[in-house]
Ligand binder design. Structure first.
Ligand SMILES: [Cu+2]
Length: 259
């Protein structure tokens, strides 16, 4: 016969250990917490994440605590022989309450999420500048209206070339894929935006501080998926203008523009 009584506590301990370990930061920067947002849409998504996660954690702890309390407090070995607990079948008030409360929670989450995502991904019309982003197997191409392109060819050997934007400028981004679906994601800046062949998706960014932020392709797109780094660099208008001149000079020095 197996020893009884200790097994549920052992399982509970293992589950707790797994939960704690999983919250540690893994290789590759996997963290359950978002980085500090630097664009208003990134901030909106961060707020949405926190607004859903904190009540969800409170509800989870409440439900688990109630479950454990019931299991331990009312276990059969503590009750007299033949004990039957109070029967509450057909209690309309109770059934109505535990149907309505989760329904309200889910409707609020759905409504709030829809409004936030809608704001971030409906094409804006008041932009200061446009950049069109194309995803391919395996890399990103950024076409600037000034007349040059930046290539981020997928690699694991080092950093890719940053795509630069001026600070304080509202930049409209349009996305397409040339082969399969890719997804442009820089967690500090915006939500994942799919780059789909034959269909244009839109997002935007507006960064008010100088800095560099990283992202990755977020849609499994083939063998080189993990190489599809994204680096966004926000610089002052002056530095941006100088960089544009550099890019234009480099584009002119190269006789045949590559794809
Ligand atoms: Cu990809």
């Amino acid at each position: 016969m197996k020893p009884r009584g200790r097994l549920p506590l052992t399982i509970l301990g293992l589950v707790a250990a797994a939960f704690l370990l999983s919250s540690c930061e893994g290789l590759g920067g996997i963290s359950p917490i978002f980085p500090t947002p630097v664009s208003p849409n990134g901030q909106d998504i961060y707020n949405l994440y926190i607004a859903i996660s904190i009540p969800a954690i409170i509800i989870f702890i409440g439900v688990e605590a109630a479950l454990l309390w019931v299991v331990l407090r009312f276990r059969r070995s503590k009750q007299p022989v033949g004990y039957v607990p109070p029967q509450i079948h057909g209690h309309n008030g109770l059934e109505f309450t535990w149907t309505i409360i989760p329904l309200i929670v889910v409707v609020v989450i759905a409504g709030y999420s829809f409004l936030t995502l809608n704001k971030d991904f409906v094409p804006i019309t008041n932009e200061d500048m446009n950049i069109s982003v194309t995803g391919h197997q395996f890399g990103w191409t950024y076409s600037y209206t000034e007349g040059f392109t930046v290539h981020q060819e997928g690699t694991l050997a080092g950093d890719v070339t940053p795509m630069e934007v001026p600070i304080h400028k509202l930049v409209r981004l349009s996305f397409e894929g040339t082969d399969v679906i890719h997804s442009w994601w820089v967690p500090a800046i915006s939500g994942k935006t799919d780059a789909v062949p034959g269909y244009t998706n839109y997002a935007w960014l507006k960064i008010d501080q100088v800095g560099t932020w990283r992202g990755e392709c977020a849609e499994l797109c083939g063998a080189g998926h993990s190489t599809m780094q994204i680096i966004v660099k926000a610089v002052s208008q002056q530095d941006y203008d100088a960089w544009v001149q550099q890019q234009l000079a480099a584009a002119q020095a190269t006789p045949s523009p590559s794809t």
